[in-house]
Write a new protein. Structure first.
Length: 381
């Protein structure tokens, strides 16, 4: 079977950076799946597009009136389109996979190829979130500032062969807000290679609480540190993996410069007894999948897809983690007391979480599903 040449159009920002490349690497590793992936990255922008994408007008940006939200997405999508046109001038391409829709806004006229759109959230979902609307005036101005962006998104969705939402939350918006039929929606969450299962260990005298977030402040680190120092510093250890410049303290260990996948990164997961993620703003929360994979029980804010991920399978035997009802010190304190006071329940959650991860989030399984959808969409099938 001649492999399909598939261009993976990659919005390589924040959590999106590794989403498509992981699938591409797995498909390259498994030629029997019949897909030859070609990655095209949206960033860095060339000089000709940098001004369009990067500049903003002081005083207007916080209201969205400088249209930076739209201009940046047009710039990265235009860069992707130019790379795609150059690629197609050199060789035949059989299909396109774009993640996210931000990188696909300039694909108008590319109607001869099957196109799958991956996304962690629709623009309708983002419209009233702090990602697009940091304040009430910016939300009030959305009919003016977002109209062009929403129009481009609808045009892209209208010509898509299929959709690859990361979560049911995103899939629900596609159905309800955009009228996308269920047969065009194929859930494809972020996916990982599972590490070896952890051996059972006695509950330690001082359990390790792990926080992992590049931006200590946006990911809720100050809230966790405050609760820990007030209530747990004499009974546990807090390990913080971050890029932010923050000091260590009594029972607080700060790890900076730790690269995902490195030995230091794995050590933190393997030694952790509880993962706490009180993030203020997420669209998914890939780090929660890492916790499931490493069998680390979870306490998380109700952000992104946390509630969906930690609910586990519909026929499961209980929650896989604790979702905070609110982001307050009292709520987090109660959640930590409850979790760390029940080692046997944490062990059950760790085992059930790993089982759920293997059912839903393994890279091998989901790469096979993606290959099936691409082959089924091949013209002539």
């Amino acid at each position: 079977m001649t492999p399909l040449k598939v261009a993976f159009l990659n919005e390589n920002t924040l959590g999106h950076t590794s989403y498509l490349p992981r699938f591409a690497t797995e498909l390259e590793r498994r030629p029997e799946l019949g897909i030859r992936p070609i990655i095209l990255d949206a960033l860095p922008l060339p000089e000709s597009l940098r001004r369009l994408g990067d500049t903003s007008i002081r005083g207007l940006r916080k209201f969205g009136l400088d249209l930076h939200i739209t201009r940046w997405r047009v710039a990265i999508s235009r860069h992707i389109r130019r790379q795609l046109d150059a690629l197609r001038s050199r060789e035949k391409v059989d299909a396109l996979v774009v993640n996210t829709q931000s990188a696909g806004l300039e694909l108008e006229g590319v109607d001869d190829l099957p196109l799958f759109v991956g996304l962690d959230a629709t623009f309708r979902q983002l419209a009233d979130s702090p990602w697009f609307a940091p304040n009430a005036p910016s939300r009030w101005l959305h009919p003016l500032t977002l109209s062009g962006l929403l129009r481009r998104e609808r045009a892209l969705f209208g010509r898509a062969t299929g959709f690859l939402p990361w979560s049911e939350r995103a899939a629900s918006s596609l159905r309800q807000d955009y009228g996308v039929s269920a047969d065009r929606i194929h859930g494809l969450p972020p996916s990982l290679d599972p590490p070896p299962r952890r051996a059972s260990k006695p509950w330690p005298e001082r359990p390790q609480i792990l926080f992992l977030g590049g931006d200590f402040y946006r990911k809720g680190g100050p809230l966790l540190r405050s609760v820990f120092e007030r209530h747990w510093a004499s009974r546990a250890e807090l390990h913080i993996v971050t890029q932010s410049d923050i000091p260590s303290g009594p029972s607080v260990h700060v790890h900076r410069g730790v690269q995902a996948g490195s030995d230091r990164w794995r050590q933190r997961w393997e030694e952790a007894n509880l993962f706490v993620f009180p993030s203020h703003l997420e669209t998914f929360g890939i780090v929660l999948l890492e916790a499931l994979a490493f069998q680390v029980p979870i306490v998380a804010s109700d952000a992104g897809a946390a509630r969906e991920i930690l609910a586990g399978p519909a026929n499961g035997g209980g929650p896989l983690g604790t979702v905070l009802p609110e982001l307050t010190e009292d709520a987090l304190h109660r959640a930590l007391e409850d979790a760390l006071g029940q080692p046997a329940e944490l062990a059950r959650r760790a085992q059930a979480g790993r089982d759920w991860f293997e059912q839903r989030f393994t890279l091998a399984r989901n790469s096979e599903r993606l290959a099936e959808w691409l082959h089924a969409a091949r013209p002539g099938r």
